[in-house]
Write a protein that binds this ligand. Structure first.
Ligand SMILES: Cc1cc2nc3c(=O)[nH]c(=O)nc-3n(C[C@H](O)[C@H](O)[C@H](O)COP(=O)(O)O)c2cc1C
Length: 95
């Protein structure tokens, strides 16, 4: 299993080629682009597009709503505080 600095489909391809590993674990890349696994599987466009941002925003908003039911107000921001900076890598216009 290889991992580290896989942010795009091209990174995933390169990681597999260089390491010889069939399997790749993705950390920050999946936070930066929640659709990365689907892109790798060929189920979505290989490259992120502006049109996807409203979908991501809706999912983030839905998650925040669910959080409000499950955690105290003072803990809500802690669950999502890193997301905007990572999402900004993929959709700079959004955050
Ligand atoms: C949201 C998130 C949660 C993680 N949780 C763990 C964890 O519980 N244990 C661990 O050893 N590494 C954890 N990591 C580190 C990743 O496993 C990985 O080693 C690191 O992020 C480097 O890979 P990347 O360049 O794909 O992010 C986490 C990373 C992220 C982004």
């Amino acid at each position: 299993m290889a991992n580290g600095e896989v942010w795009t489909v091209a990174d995933w391809e390169r990681c597999r080629t260089v390491s010889g590993c069939a399997d790749v674990m993705i950390g920050r890349g999946a936070v930066s682009d929640p659709f990365l696994a689907l892109r790798i599987r060929g189920l979505m466009d290989r490259t992120p597009s502006d049109e996807e941002w409203p979908v991501v925003l809706a999912q983030l908003t839905d998650y925040l709503r669910k959080l409000q039911v499950r955690v105290a107000v003072r803990h809500e921001h802690g669950r999502v505080k890193m997301w905007p900076s990572y999402l900004k890598r993929t959709w700079p216009q959004g955050c």
